[in-house]
Every structure is written in C-alpha cells, then in structure tokens.
Design a protein around this ligand. Structure first.
Ligand SMILES: Nc1ncnc2c1ncn2[C@@H]1O[C@H](COP(=O)(O)OP(=O)(O)O)[C@@H](O)[C@H]1O
Ligand SMILES: [Mg+2]
Length: 232
C-alpha cells in the first residue's frame, strides 16, 4: 500500500477484533490484511458467525477494532480509536453501505431516502437530486421515487438502497448479504444491478454473500475462516 497508496481505495492492516462472551474472549478477526484496488471487487464467503459483518462494520468504521489500521484511500485510520467528528463526512463520501435488510427510513419517500446520503455528506442538493433520480432510473425504480418504502417490494427496496449507497460517488461499496432477504430470481436481478452499477460508477465493491455464483462474479474471491481471509 505504501508504494502507490492512491491506487487502493480500501485496505486494512493487522485488523483484529475480539468479543467477550461471558468469561471467554472470542477472537473474531485475527490480523486481517486487505487491499482493494480502484474499480475492483472482492467477495467474502464464510460460515454464519465467522465475522463477515464485523469485518464490514470495521471497514466502514461503524465499529472499533482492538488493533490495526483501516485505509480509506490515502487516509490511514487507527481502527481501535472511536471515529472523530470529521469521519462521518469522510465516510459518506468514501464508503457506501448496502445491508441485507435495506434500512430505508420508513417515513421518507424513496427519493428522500437517497438524498439523505447527500445531506449527510453536505453535497449540493440540486445537482445531486438529478443524479439520485438518474440512479433510481438505472435501478428501474424511478416511478417509485415519491412512494414510501412500505409500498415497495423487497427487491425494489434493495434497488433504492443501492442507489442511496452510490449517490455520493463513493470509491467503495460494502454490501453485506444484499440478496439475503430476496428470493432467488429477485436476488439474481438485484445482484446483476449491483455489480453493473458499481462497474458503471467506478466504485469498488466488497460483497459478502452465501451464494457461490455471485461470489464468482467478483475479481477476487475469498473465504473468511478462523479470523482471516483466504483467497480462493
Ligand atoms: N456485539 C457483540 N458482542 C459479542 N459477540 C458478538 C457481537 N457481535 C458479533 N458477535 C459475535 O462475533 C461473531 C461474528 O459475528 P458476525 O460478524 O455477525 O458474523 P457473520 O456476519 O459472519 O455471520 C459471532 O460469533 C457473533 O456472535
Ligand atoms: Mg453477517
């Protein structure tokens, strides 16, 4: 990473995380080193409970680690420190997150949900509203832009969540089992849209999935096992 830092959009060094369960210490992540280049994609598979969500949360700085560093592009962040105030803005510009259960705000319309990312990043509303609508169109849900999420199907909600994750032009998308709540056909459609839109928008992608066919669609394929990533 030190040779050409700008080439990498996301990384970790020595990233470790323990959880205390009763009197036991559970070492969920054990010195994870990760490097993700511009416009590339990495999939992570692994047994339930092996630490995939924990890893994504650490990379997004939504949780603190016990040790190690996170790299957001050239920014080197001590992963065991609580995020400082500026970081949430950096995050909203650098990282987009897609969750299994969408996490749309129920009271807001589809467009307002997407624009919430823009608001958090302090980006200009006018320009980005056009972009939000154009992304919703790419996702095939532009006709739903004034609806509230409860009027949408699961697949449609996830398409909105992908538009929300991409709207600020983040350099990387972290997707945690984004098709986990969808039936096979809808999941396939959503995955195709996610992969295509990341490619089109030149955002790199970290994809946690249980589906080996989706995993194979990324540039790098890994399995998280015994606290570390193994590339397969
Ligand atoms: N806040 C927490 N406190 C204690 N243990 C936790 C906590 N969060 C996760 N864990 C444990 O860490 C392990 C990894 O969890 P997780 O990252 O959610 O796994 P995955 O996403 O791969 O299913 C699991 O054993 C889980 O029970
Ligand atoms: Mg998980």
């Amino acid at each position: 990473m030190s040779n050409n830092p700008s080439k990498f959009v996301l990384g970790s060094k020595n990233l470790s995380k323990n959880f205390r369960v009763g009197t036991e210490i559970l070492r969920v992540l054990d010195s994870v080193d990760l490097k993700l280049e511009e416009s590339s994609s990495l999939s992570i598979q692994g047994d339930s409970g092996c630490g995939k969500t924990t890893l994504l949360n650490l990379l997004a700085r939504l949780e603190t680690a016990d040790d190690g560093f996170i790299y957001w592009g050239d920014r080197k962040i001590k992963a065991d420190q609580k995020p400082h105030a500026k970081e949430s803005r950096w995050r909203s510009l650098h990282v987009g997150v897609v969750y299994q259960s969408y996490y749309l705000i129920p009271e807001l319309t589809v467009l307002e949900n997407v624009m919430m990312s823009v608001k958090l990043a302090g980006l200009p509303f006018g320009i980005y509203e056009e972009r939000a609508l154009s992304l919703l169109k790419d996702m095939g849900v532009e006709r739903k832009s004034q609806q509230i999420p409860s009027k949408l199907s699961g697949g449609e909600r996830q398409r909105v969540a992908i538009a929300r994750a991409l709207v600020n032009r983040p350099r990387v998308i972290l997707a945690d089992e984004p098709t986990g709540n969808l039936d096979e056909r809808t999941g396939g459609e959503v995955m195709e849209l996610l992969l295509h839109s990341c490619w089109k928008e030149q955002s790199s992608l970290v994809l946690v999935t249980h589906n080996p066919n989706f995993a194979k669609a990324t540039n790098m394929v890994s399995v998280l096992k015994d606290g570390n990533l193994m590339y397969v």
